[in-house]
Design a binder for this molecule. Structure first.
Ligand code: GLC
Length: 585
């Protein structure tokens, strides 16, 4: 029998392909995933999750009661926002005592029960560590402000008044107004990056760092699965405090521009890692606003300080980095969003890992925020399309309560209806900048944190099944359509689509381990990318526009099989308005 050269070549190529595939299989085997890479993290805002006490406020027992619901969603880690003792000026991000549970949430026994019962369902609790600041009601601060010589005198950032008696610098806090508050006991000002009820801790003081490390160890001993480190880009202050160039008519400059990410900040965080989590399987995600995608290797991965960080470049696309709601970026383009997401993907491709998130307790609902077309904002189609991207990008999906049900923003008639500590200052700032009341209120509708904090909707009955009392924040008007019970029964619901996505991610290793490659980068309607792993490729196409759009079939090899469509469409080359599809070849 004569062997043709063509056949020889084919055999050689086949062997090479097999070898490459074996090598990458081996590489993949050599690099086992950590538990938090293949799971889904769900964020609970306990106050709004489920009330078992009839007070109108969610409880820790309420979370425990809903563990089965979270388990069905594929959740392996539950990030709960702060439940420590707190005066609740900022929803618990003003901690009075890290070793106690706020009575509005229940007791330490409830917390221990939650940790244990969650573990039994393979869900680990992630505690929110608010370490940049405490509440002004914390014993540490109460002592610190008494005089300049007490044991805690140097635990916060105190400065003498400026020569005219005013604030030491012209920094504006993130929640508006001066970042300094005067305290007559010491005749000094203390610094607060956020509200005046949230004085910043002095991390330069080793006693403070030791106290915070002790707090973290206490929670590790309780059996939690890890931490989210709140607002950690602000912990290191500059050596010298100077005025900045005013960035608005109030003569102040955003504190973020003056203090975020100071040189040496990583030393503090390495110390925390070495003392608390090194060598354990705990996972730590840092809220690190302002870390450039290019700096990610310093923050995450083998030599970084965290397992993942929340960096907000994709959020800044619509909101702007300065967090002045009235100056949000109304003319953002889909390509801006795609570039931000791709940059994070690229910078964690070879080192580290990233959370994939479109919502949290500080952000507007994603189906309002990331959809440009007014008519399509808030629609369930948009929710499914965004969820497709959330579950198919490389990284760990973070789902925020209600996102899996397709919650949309609220728009309450008056600024006085809003509870969020950041909403009124943002509204006042807009008026002071010369905008009308209607414009100021619109910016609150777009960005108020209350959008994310309305109570969870469990059914279509009284108070959406959240409480038998008076809910602390009004229930969303759409609760009869968007609630767990109704959506479970509707095969086309957003919730049922989340179940499909969860299964898809678990059954297709490309979606967890695969390399990310953006395609159609210039397309202003479609976000398109591939995920490739061991010879298999998944193609994701998500239509962010409210129009039917066509795409060039050359991006889909003929053998591609449809794995999922958010609208049941199977027509290659076209996407329905807001449709997302997932193919594999
Ligand atoms: C973080 C929290 C936010 C809080 C702030 C101050 O950004 O996510 O809710 O208001 O820190 O602690």
């Amino acid at each position: 029998m004569k062997t043709s050269w063509k056949n020889v070549l084919k055999t050689i190529l086949c062997c090479v392909a097999m070898m490459t595939s074996l090598v990458s299989c081996q590489k993949a085997k050599d690099n086992p995933l950590k538990w938090w890479q293949s799971t889904i993290v769900y964020e609970v805002y306990p106050r709004s999750f489920y009330d078992t006490a009839g007070t109108g406020y969610g409880t820790i027992k309420g979370i425990t009661e809903k563990l089965a619901y979270l388990h069905d969603l594929g959740v392996g880690a539950l990030w709960i926002t702060p439940v420590y003792k707190s005066p609740m000026i900022d929803g618990g991000y003003d901690v009075a005592d890290y070793y106690e549970i706020d009575p509005s949430f229940g007791s330490m026994a409830d917390m221990d029960e939650l940790i244990a019962k969650a573990k039994a369902q393979n869900i680990r609790i992630i505690m929110d560590m608010v370490f940049n600041h405490t509440s002004d009601q914390s014993k540490w601060f109460q002592e610190s402000k008494k005089d300049k010589t007490n044991k805690y005198a140097n635990w916060y950032i105190w400065r003498d008044p400026a020569p005219d008696g005013g604030a030491p610098t012209n920094w504006r806090s993130i929640f508006g107004g001066s970042a300094w508050t005067y305290s007559k006991e010491r005749n000094q000002y203390y610094l607060h990056t956020f509200a005046s009820a949230q004085p910043d801790l002095n991390w330069a003081n080793p006693e403070v760092r030791k106290a915070l490390i002790d707090v973290a160890k206490y929670w590790v001993n309780k059996g939690v699965g890890g931490f989210r480190l709140d607002a950690c880009t602000y912990i290191k202050k500059p050596k010298v405090f100077v005025n900045g160039k005013p960035d608005a008519t109030d003569g102040l400059v955003s504190i973020h521009n003056m203090t975020a990410n100071q040189d040496g900040i990583l030393d503090y965080l390495h110390e925390f890692k070495n003392e608390v989590t090194k060598g354990t399987d705990l996972f730590v995600v840092g809220e690190a606003n302002g870390v450039n995608a290019a700096d990610l290797p310093l923050w995450v991965g083998e030599n970084g300080v965290f397992d993942m960080i929340f960096e907000f470049s994709h959020m800044h696309v619509t909101q702007g980095a300065a967090e002045k709601w009235i100056y949000a970026n109304k003319n953002w383009q889909l390509t801006d969003l795609k570039q931000a997401l791709s940059a994070t993907q690229a910078n964690t491709a070879k080192n580290g890992w990233c959370p994939v998130f479109f919502e949290n307790h500080d952000q507007p609902r994603s189906i309002n925020n990331f959809i440009k077309d007014e008519a399509a904002k808030g629609s369930p189609e948009a929710a499914k399309m965004l969820a497709t991207v959330l579950f198919t990008l490389r990284g760990t999906p973070f789902v925020y309560q209600g996102e899996e049900l397709g919650y949309a923003n609220i728009a309450w008639p008056s600024i006085d209806d809003y509870e969020d500590v950041n909403s009124k200052p943002q509204y006042d700032f807009a008026l002071q900048e010369g905008f009308s009341k209607a414009e100021a209120l619109q910016s609150v509708w777009n960005f108020s944190r209350d959008n994310a904090r309305t109570p969870m909707q469990w059914n279509d009955g009284l108070n959406a099944g959240f409480t038998t009392g008076k809910p602390w924040l009004p229930i969303h008007q759409d609760y009869q359509t968007y609630n767990v019970k109704t959506e479970k029964e509707d095969p086309d619901s957003v919730l049922n689509y989340y179940y499909k996505l969860k299964d898809l991610r678990l059954t297709h290793p490309e979606l967890i381990k695969g390399d990310y490659q953006e395609i159609l980068p210039d397309n202003e309607n479609i976000y398109a990318f591939t995920r490739t792993f061991v010879g298999k490729t998944v193609v994701v196409l998500a239509n962010f526009s409210n129009n039917e759009v066509a795409y060039d079939l050359s991006i889909l090899p003929a053998e591609s099989k449809l794995l999922l469509s958010s609208q049941g469409n199977t027509q290659k080359g076209k996407l329905q308005p807001l449709e997302a599809v997932v193919y594999e070849y």
